[in-house]
Structures are given as C-alpha cells and as structure tokens.
Design a protein around this ligand. Structure first.
Ligand SMILES: Cc1cc2nc3c(=O)[nH]c(=O)nc-3n(C[C@H](O)[C@H](O)[C@H](O)COP(=O)(O)OP(=O)(O)OC[C@H]3O[C@@H](n4cnc5c(N)ncnc54)[C@H](O)[C@@H]3O)c2cc1C
Ligand SMILES: NC(=O)c1ccc[n+]([C@@H]2O[C@H](COP(=O)([O-])OP(=O)(O)OC[C@H]3O[C@@H](n4cnc5c(N)ncnc54)[C@H](OP(=O)(O)O)[C@@H]3O)[C@@H](O)[C@H]2O)c1
Ligand code: HEM
Length: 475
C-alpha cells in the first residue's frame, strides 16, 4: 500500500479487536482509541494485541500519521464521539463498519454521518464480515469486502487495504449503495424464500394425497390402521415422493425453456416472469430434492427388513414337517432381485445427486470450468433423474402389472409422471435434428418469420446472426 502502513481504530470492542488482530498479522501498525486507554486490559482480553498502541480518541485524531480510521463503535455513538474534533476529522478517511437493526431504503449510517459532518470522507466497508471471519486463520476462501463511497480516491485506498488484509474488494460505487450493504447482513437466505415455500407445498400436497389414499384403503379393508408406523414408514413415503417430484421439477424448466426457444426460433425472447423465476430457483429446488432424498435414505436404511418390505426379501415362510419334534431351520433371509435391484439403483442415484450438490458449492464450482460444470449439472443430473425413476419402477412394476387398472392411482405411478415427461422431453431434445437446431438457436441464430402474403404466396425470411453476437443466458 502506498504511504503509511499505520491504521487507526476507534473502539476496542469485539470488532475493533478482531480488526486490530488481522491488521497486525498483515504487517500494519495499529493505534486503537478508547474511552479507557489501557493496554494491559486489552492484552488481558487478547494477548496477540501486545504491539498495539492505545490512545484517547483525541490523540488518535490529532496524529498526522494516521490517515485511515475504522469506526468500530455503534452508529448511535458516531456523533457524540466525533463532534469534539470537527476540524481534525476532515483530514482523515473514516471506514464505517456499522450495521443497522433494520434495513432502510431511504438512509444509511454513513449518509447520516456526512449530513452531520459535511465534507467528511466516509467509506462504507467491512460491515458484511463478522468479527469471527476477521479472526479466522483461513486466509483463502471467498471473503468479499463490499465498498461504497462518494470519494473515489478513498474508495481506491480502502480497496487496497482490504486486498492487503487478504480479502477481495468489491466496488459498490457511491455512498447511497451503503443502504444495500447495510441491508445485506440482515437478509436471511436471500432467494430461498419462495423456493422453500414451493417445496413445502409439494411436501404438504403429497401428504394430502397419501392421507386420502390411506383413508380409502382402510375404509375398504379389514386391516386396522396402525399409528405406530406413522413416524417412519408413513413419513418415508411422503418424503421420497417429494424428493423425486422436486428433482423432476428442477429439470422440467430447462426442457420447457428449450422447447420455447425452438418454438420462438430465438433465445433472445424473454420468458414470462414466473418462468424466469422458476429457472432461477432450480438450484434451490435441486438442493431441497437432495435434502429429502437423504432423509428418505436414512429412514429406509433403518427399516430395511422383511417386516417392512416383505416383497424385497426371499420368502420368510417356514413349513414345519409333520411329526417332527427337533426341526432346525437356518433363518437367514436375504434380499431378492427386486430388493437388491431397487436399492442398488437408489444408491447410485443418491451418490450422483450428492455430486450435483457438491458442485453447487461456490468453492467447488469455482474450480470447474464451464464444460465440467455443465457436464455435472446437466448431463449427470438427467442420468440421476433416470436412475431415481428406475429405482421406483423396479420397485413398483410388479404391483403395476398385478392390477393395471389401479396403476394410475398408485403413488408410485403418480410420482413418476413428471420424471417420465422430463425424460421424454430430454430424449426428444437430444435427437440429432432437434438437438442440432436447438444448438444453433443457443449459439445466437434466429429464425425470423415475416409472412408476406402476396396472392397465395407466403415467403419465409431467415436471418443468421454471427456467433459473436450470441449471449449465453444460462445462469
Ligand atoms: C443437488 C442439486 C444441486 C443443484 N445445484 C445447482 C446450482 O448450483 N446451480 C444451478 O443453476 N442449478 C443447480 N441445480 C439444478 C440443475 O442441475 C441445473 O439447473 C442444470 O444446469 C439444469 O440443466 P438443463 O440442461 O436442464 O438446463 P439448462 O441447459 O441449464 O437450461 C436450458 C436453457 O434455458 C435457458 N435459460 C436457463 N436459465 C435461464 C434464465 N434465467 N433466463 C433465460 N434463459 C434461461 C438457457 O438458454 C439454457 O441454455 C441443482 C440440482 C440438484 C439436484
Ligand atoms: N461484532 C461483529 O461481528 C460485527 C460485524 C459487523 C459489523 N459490526 C459493527 O461494528 C461496530 C462495533 O461492534 P462490536 O461488536 O465491536 O461492539 P462492542 O463489542 O459493543 O464494542 C463497541 C465499542 O464501542 C466503544 N464505545 C461504546 N460506547 C461508546 C461511546 N458512547 N462513545 C464512543 N465509543 C463507545 C467501546 O470501546 P471503548 O470502551 O474502548 O471506548 C466498545 O467496546 C458496530 O457498529 C457493529 O454494527 C460488528
Ligand atoms: C441409498 C439409496 C436409497 C434407498 C436405500 C432407498 C430405499 C427405498 C425404500 C426402502 C423404498 C420403499 C419404501 C416403502 O414402500 O416403504 C423406496 C421407495 C422409493 N424411493 Fe427410494 N431409496 C433410495 C434412493 C432414493 C432416491 C435418491 C429417491 C428420490 C430422489 C428415492 C425415491 C423413492 C420413491 C419415490 C419411492 C416410492 C415410494 C412409494 O410410493 O412407495 N429413493 N426407496
């Protein structure tokens, strides 16, 4: 960094101490200002701060060697802390790291500070990091420092400081952007709201379908419904039906988008907003599918026995020969082909889905190139959907064949309808003629039909865009 490697921090609280620690480790000299400047107190809390200088706020602000000062105090103390030093503060660059209790679209802490002290050079930064992230020894990783200020030179200087502290600075522009930066730490799982609600609705929907099916079945049958099996056996059904539905629903929009692009003859026509939102929610829906699958597998693993899944195991029926008093039977029941086949395919599907889940982690995605990422997310994804469908078909086919008329009403068949549709669409899309045409459209080619009706003649006009014009809209 140009100039001095000396930085000031006002406030010796959690964040101030974490900042000081990080700055020291990155080769900076640090002066901390406190209402009670006592180095021994600071060292007793954090021994690694022994080389810090502790002064009063007045001494720090009057030190001409200190240009950059972190305001590591709560925003409601800003004015009372700085008002006595109106002239000194004009020489400094202040970094406002404060957060709010509630986001505001009309004001931010640094804007209020500039209003109170006109001309003050303030930079909003570091507020999206926690004291823990600053203390963390793992320097790598994606730790971004979002920066906003009306003073571009100050913004530059703080970007350099952030970089030298081992972070990645991101320039957010003018101070007004501080409103967004202050809202950022207050948002809870941004973008997950409606996908979560959507997945919950699918889960509730399957529970309703299963309840209706159970009530109908037990009204007609002589068996009594056993509440004992609700926590595992019943819940497992609702969970795995939700898992397969969500997996299919994360791949359905990609296929629909492809057909829409073929019908429109261009990839540049905007999709309806709801469809666009669905495309953007595929990651969340896919990850929820993984969540429900792991839940299903955990339950299944526990009740994997002939008692629960009689048809998956060799027969457990034992015939005692007549008039035999000392008959011995070696009772070891193993799975039959149906059971082993279903489980084997299910395990493979889960492993593949886990690879999809891993590749959606930013740190893993970052080391994959575009082709590798698409291979995992798109190609392996469809193979996973195929395997999951096969898992259910192997399990359910004997039942479907036993009573084909009731097949449509079976949960095993109902849950396969969307996967069948998606797999069929994908099969059509990879045929050479349709796949080739789609590829052309996705490279930027457009089919523009201008219907010029002269007499009985309709002429079709085709235009071709160069591939450099193409914009890949994949997200
Ligand atoms: C466990 C798991 C994890 C997943 N993680 C992720 C993840 O991290 N990120 C992720 O994106 N998906 C994720 N998914 C969902 C899914 O794997 C991917 O979206 C996958 O790339 C879909 O491939 P596709 O070939 O169907 O569609 P694509 O080929 O990706 O899409 C079809 C076409 O639609 C168009 N299109 C797509 N999105 C838009 C858009 N927003 N606006 C306009 N046009 C658009 C493009 O032209 C694109 O070529 C995950 C799924 C699972 C099961
Ligand atoms: N903690 C985090 O993880 C985190 C993350 C992002 C942003 N922040 C922001 O960082 C700022 C500090 O947070 P913190 O967690 O460090 O809080 P804290 O532990 O409560 O520390 C605040 C410090 O401010 C000083 N102070 C208190 N009252 C004061 C007053 N009237 N006048 C001047 N100084 C006063 C005190 O230091 P002295 O006793 O030495 O004067 C005190 O230690 C806040 O604005 C917060 O929003 C914190
Ligand atoms: C290790 C992997 C897996 C194991 C051990 C496993 C086990 C089972 C078991 C035991 C059943 C029978 C449930 C019952 O009738 O009570 C079943 C059915 C089913 N499984 Fe799996 N499974 C696995 C993977 C998956 C995955 C990854 C999915 C979906 C994404 C899935 C979806 C289904 C569905 C939809 C059914 C049919 C439910 C019904 O209507 O009865 N399974 N599986």
């Amino acid at each position: 960094m140009e100039g001095s490697k000396l930085v000031g921090i006002i406030g010796t609280g959690d964040f101030g101490r974490a900042l000081a620690n990080r700055l020291l480790r990155c080769g900076y000299d640090v002066i901390m200002a406190s209402r009670n400047p006592d180095l021994s107190r600071l060292i007793s809390i954090n021994p690694s701060l022994a080389s810090v200088e502790v002064k009063t706020t007045k001494e720090l602000l009057e030190d001409p060697n200190v240009e950059i000062v972190f305001l590591a105090i709560h925003s409601w103390n800003f004015e009372s802390c700085l008002t006595p030093f109106k002239t000194q503060i004009q020489q400094k660059i202040f970094i406002d790291i404060s957060n709010r209790e509630r986001p505001s679209k009309t004001e931010s802490n640094p804007e209020r500070l500039v209003e109170a002290f006109p001309g003050l050079r303030v930079v909003k930064a570091f507020n999206t990091l926690s004291a823990y992230a600053l203390e963390s020894d793992t320097f790598g990783g994606a730790k971004q420092v979002l920066i906003a200020s009306d003073d571009s030179t100050a913004r530059e200087k703080i970007s350099t400081l952030a970089r030298e502290m081992g972070f990645t600075p991101i320039d957010y522009g003018v101070l007004r952007a501080a409103r967004d930066l202050e809202a950022y730490p207050l948002t809870l799982m941004y973008g997950w709201g409606w996908p979560t609600l959507f997945c919950l609705c699918i889960f509730i929907g399957w529970n309703i379908v299963l309840c209706i099916a159970y009530v109908k079945f037990y009204m007609r049958s002589s068996h009594k419904f056993k509440w004992d099996h609700v926590p595992l056996a019943y819940v497992n059904k609702a969970v795995c039906l939700t898992a397969i539905t969500l997996l299919a629903l994360s791949y359905l929009p990609g296929c629909l988008a492809a057909f829409l692009q073929i019908i429109n003859g261009t990839k540049y026509k905007r999709f309806p907003t709801w469809f666009d939102q669905w495309l953007k929610a595929r990651k969340m829906i896919g990850l929820y599918a993984l969540f429900f699958s792991v839940w299903h597998v955990a339950i299944s693993g526990i009740y994997m026995s002939p008692g629960y899944l009689g048809s998956w195991f060799e027969s457990t029926r034992v015939h005692f020969p007549e008039n035999t008093s000392n008959f011995v039977y070696d009772f070891s029941v193993r799975m039959n082909l149906r059971g082993e086949g279903t489980i084997s395919v299910g395990i493979l599907a889960l492993l593949m889905m886990s690879i999809l889940g891993l590749s959606s982690l930013p740190s893993v995605g970052a080391v994959l190139n575009w082709r590798e990422w698409r291979f995992v997310q798109s190609h392996l994804g469809y193979v996973t959907l195929f395997l999951v469908t096969a898992h259910v078909v192997i399990f359910a086919l004997p039942g479907w064949m036993r009573d084909p008329t009731a097949m449509l009403l079976r949960s095993t068949f109902m849950c396969c309808v969307i996967p069948f549709i998606v797999l069929f669409m994908k099969l059509v899309l990879i045929t050479p003629c349709i796949g080739g045409y789609l590829d052309k459209i996705r490279r930027g080619w457009e089919r523009r039909k201008s219907h010029k009706v002269s007499g009985n003649q309709i002429s079709l006009k085709y235009t071709n865009m160069s591939s450099s014009d193409s914009v890949d809209t994949f997200t």
